[in-house]
Each structure stands twice: as C-alpha cells, then as structure tokens.
Write a protein that binds this ligand. Structure first.
Ligand code: HMG
Ligand code: MG
Length: 301
C-alpha cells in the first residue's frame, strides 16, 4: 500500500512523557509551558493531563490546574486520560476537548495498571463514554501491550483485535495501539495491525510505540506502509509507564517528524521549534534528550 500523504501526530509528552518522571514533582508551570511550546511548534493534538488517582500517579495530580493555565490555541485538541467516571467528571470540569480510556490486551498488565480485569475495565468505561457522548466529547481508546507484556510475555494479535473492536463498538472514535514496553519489531507490528484491521478500519487506528529496544521508528514505518496514518509521539522521547517495569519513553516526536519530512509526508510541525522545545524540557527535568534528531540538530532553547 502507498504511504499516506499526511500523518496526524498525537503528542503525548505532557502525559505519557511526564507521568513516569522520577524524583521531584514537576511544577505545574513547567507542564503548562511545555504544552504552550508544543502548540506553538504546530502540534495539533496534545495529551495534556491524566485524571487518574493521584495515589497511583502522583506526577499527574495537577491536571485541573494545567488545563486552566494553558493558552488554548485555536484548532488544537487538548486531551486527557480518564480511567473511570470520576476522572471523566474531573476532566469535563477542567474543560478538555477529548478524553481517552485505556485498557490492554493483557490481563496481567490491566490488573497492575488499573487494578481490574479487561472485562471490568470495559464495563467501567461504558458510563465514561456515555457521559462523553452527552457532552459531545470524543473518546479515544488505548489498548496497551499489543506487541508484548512485561508480565504475560507474548500477546496474541487476536486478543488485541478483540479488545479494540469492543472499544470501537462502545463508541471510541479511534484506537491507539500501545507497544507499552517497546518490544515489537516491524514484521510483528505488521501482523498485529493486520489482525486488528480485520476488525477495525485502519483509518481509525493509531500507533503508540515506545522505543525501549530502539525499534519504534522501524515499526512506525512498517505500519505506515500498511496504511495507518496516526502516530503517538513524545518530544525528546520522554516517558514510560509506571506500571510497566522497564518501559522507556515513547518514540521521539522530533525523530518521527524528521522521518516524515524525508518521506514527503506532511505533519504540520516545525521541526526546529520542536527540537528547541525538547531541549528546553530536558533541561528543566535535568535529563538527557532521547531524540537523536534533536541531538544532531543541536538547537538551543
Ligand atoms: P483503585 O485503587 O482500584 O480504585 O484504582 P479506587 O476506586 O479504590 O480508588 C483508589 C483511590 O483513588 C480512592 O481514594 C479514590 O477516591 C481515588 P481514597 O478513597 O483511597 O482516598 N480515585 C481517584 N482520584 C482521582 N481521580 C480519579 C480517581 N479514581 C479513584 N479518577 C484506578 C483504580 C483506575 C483509579 C487506578 O488504578 C488508577 O488511577 N490507575 C491509573 C494508572 C495510570 O495512570 N497508568 C498510566 C497511564 S496508562 C499508560 O501509560 C499506557 C498508555 O500510554 C499506552 C501504552 O503505552 O501502552 C496509555
Ligand atoms: Mg504509553
């Protein structure tokens, strides 16, 4: 299949990137500035917060304050994770444009991440989706561990397809397929996508690949070849999941944009501004930049 002309990037750095940051709680102002810089760099979909239990993920406890303080740029979608009705109500009060529910293809991971079975998680999402619908808020669905689980090992593509189908039937407009611990390789990613695309139209699927084993760009290229055109990324390659031991950051937004530019695939993102943002946030966090492209460009904020 021909590569797409345009790829929609969903920037998950302010959520997936920051949720796992060890040490000190990141200041609300830093999160707000990160989001504002990202929108200025042309990101049109930014996952800005997470309305989960602060006992489970302390770094995301200030979602309401973050959403209240950002400069909302026209045309930009500011979304947040909502694991249950309580999270959804808080997200609505904070004025999100979109929410995301999240389950997994692995029972073991679902238990560790949201303390319930896959079935219970789907049942829990029903009222979330219902409330979202009544407020005209689109709901995205995540399926984690699509290419492997830190607790269960191999995952069957059919299981990924079945959970994805249920989330679509429930009313999610798009399913983001998470290689949570970045263990996938291109052929495996293609086979998984093939199985899911038999159940859910490919234009409703997104790739959410972590780069733990350095395979994310190759895996993204492989699924673009299959016709997928939505990719989740994190500036400077920040992040990881606190409930997936060993999970490192998402694929770096800078690296994906550089690859897309080389393929003549538009994304609407200004790579220099983005790279400066990545350098800025890594300095704020006192950590190294996980984007090879940003390091090569050497931009200074
Ligand atoms: P639980 O302990 O089973 O539920 O947690 P609970 O109802 O007993 O609640 C525990 C406490 O949290 C209670 O407080 C609740 O009130 C409170 P207490 O009575 O003890 O003082 N609580 C909440 N507070 C604020 N907002 C809420 C909320 N809900 C309950 N929404 C729960 C169940 C789902 C809440 C918990 O397991 C949780 O928050 N998990 C979130 C874990 C998480 O955020 N993981 C990272 C995101 S997923 C990810 O990174 C993967 C992804 O990137 C894709 C990929 O890479 O694969 C998306
Ligand atoms: Mg993730």
């Amino acid at each position: 299949m021909a590569l797409p002309d345009h790829v929609r990037i969903v920037e998950v750095g302010p959520r997936d990137g920051l949720q796992n940051e060890p040490g000190q709680i990141i200041a609300t102002e830093v999160k707000v500035e990160l989001i504002n810089r990202l929108s200025d760099a042309g990101l049109s979909h930014i996952e800005a917060a997470s309305f989960v239990s602060p006992k489970w993920v302390p770094q995301m406890a200030d979602g309401t304050e973050v959403l209240a303080a950002i400069e909302r740029k026209k045309g930009v979608t500011y979304s947040a994770l909502t694991p249950n009705l309580r999270g959804m109500e808080n997200a609505l009060r904070a004025g999100v444009d979109e929410v995301a529910v999240f389950s997994a293809a692995s029972e073991e991971f679902t238990q560790k991440n949201i303390n319930c079975s896959i079935r219970e998680s789907l049942d829990r999402f029903l009222p979330v989706v219902e409330l979202a619908r009544s407020e005209n808020i689109p709901v995205r669905g995540y399926v984690s561990t699509v290419l492997g689980c830190p607790y269960a090992g191999d995952i069957s593509p059919q299981q990924v397809a079945a959970v994805s189908r249920e989330l679509i039937d429930m009313g999610c407009y798009e399913i983001s397929l998470g290689d949570t611990i970045g263990v996938g390789t291109p052929l495996k990613a293609k086979k998984m996508l093939e199985a899911v695309a038999a159940e859910v139209e490919i234009h409703r699927l997104a790739a959410h690949f972590h780069d733990t084993y350095g395979q994310a760009l190759a895996n993204i290229y492989a699924v673009l070849e299959e016709g997928l055109a939505v990719v989740d990324t994190s500036t400077a390659g920040l992040g990881g999941c606190p409930y997936a031991k060993g999970a490192s950051g998402n694929v770096a937004t800078e690296d994906v944009v550089y690859m897309l530019n080389g393929l003549n695939i538009s994304s609407g993102i200004d790579l220099d501004k983005l790279a400066r943002t990545g350098h800025w946030i890594t300095r704020q966090l006192g950590r190294s930049n996980g984007s090879k492209v940003a390091m090569a460009l050497g931009c200074e904020a």
